[in-house]
Design a protein around this ligand. Structure first.
Ligand code: FE2
Length: 282
């Protein structure tokens, strides 16, 4: 398990190791550092409005979605979500300071529901190993950097599987993915299936995500390790690179950031640069 995690003490952070190992595909793990401003009455899945399993907050526009408006907990929720967005940014400033000026804000997410198997398809089942790619929201090569915090009040861990390194994933699946088609991408945009034009990179990453999840043999046989992130712990990971599966757990906060590849210490370790070596149109 140690080869998958880099354990850090919040008060004695080794910044050089952090950035190096994160970019190599390790998870930065803070076993005793966590977001504290959590109101106990928010720790219930009845706060969801039923449309989704996550409450989503946009820190740039201070807008929240998917929570039950009648709950009367809107302002408490906003306070928690904004607090977590600030907590995440400050942790990155302390741990990965060279990234901080270049980060773009993504969504803050609160996941108060237990992970379970009542899902409509394998493609949507995050209990299967995958790398992250967003079907409706192209990233155009930006890195997906996420800060997770297990805020479970009942000592329940968040349990993940971590799979093989990205170059091996790519080697296994890249040749199975059909070439990018700009015409199809334009149609998807026209039909508002994607918010912006799906780039070649987004096409290949989305199909990589799908190929991994849909392959039963791969899911069963690939080398993986189970990791329990305990209650009151935090971890940072490039989820577009690290093969991961969320098996169980309830009550999680997550902040997404996007980072341009050129602001990495070693851009060649990015999925973008690795795809460019085998698909010149990326
Ligand atoms: Fe994921």
């Amino acid at each position: 398990m140690d080869s998958y995690l880099l354990t850090q003490n919040r008060d004695q952070i080794n910044q050089q190791n952090s950035i190096h190992f994160l970019e190599e595909g390790k998870v930065l793990f803070f076993p005793e550092y966590f977001f504290r401003e959590v109101a106990p009455d928010l720790m219930t899945e009845t706060i969801l409005d039923g449309s989704r399993k996550n409450i989503s907050y946009d820190p740039s526009y201070k807008r929240m979605s998917a929570y039950k408006k009648e709950s009367g907990l809107g302002s408490k929720l906003t306070h928690m979500m904004q607090g977590y967005a600030d907590f995440s940014y400050q942790l990155i400033q302390a741990t990965l300071p060279s990234y901080a000026p270049y980060l773009r804000w993504g969504r803050t997410s609160f996941r108060p529901a237990q992970i379970d198997g009542r899902l409509s398809s394998k493609r949507k089942d995050d209990r299967r190993l995958h790398v992250d790619s967003f079907s409706a929201s192209p990233v155009h090569g930006l890195r997906i950097l996420r800060v997770f915090c297990n805020i479970n009040p009942n000592e329940e861990p968040r349990t993940w599987n971590l799979g093989e390194p990205f170059p091996q994933v790519l080697e296994r699946f890249a040749s199975q993915i059909s070439p990018y088609n700009m015409f199809k991408a334009r149609v998807l945009k026209l039909l508002k299936i994607t918010k912006t034009l799906r780039s070649a990179y987004d096409h290949y990453m989305l199909h990589l995500h799908d190929k991994m999840k849909l392959d039963d043999g791969y899911q069963a046989q690939v080398q993986k390790v189970q990791v329990n992130f305990p209650a009151r712990s935090t971890w940072i990971v490039f989820t577009d690179q690290v093969s991961h599966a969320a098996l169980s757990g309830q009550h999680l906060l997550e902040q997404t950031f996007y980072l341009p590849v050129e602001h990495m210490l070693n851009p060649n370790s990015s999925p973008l640069r690795q795809w460019q070596k085998i698909r010149p149109e990326v």
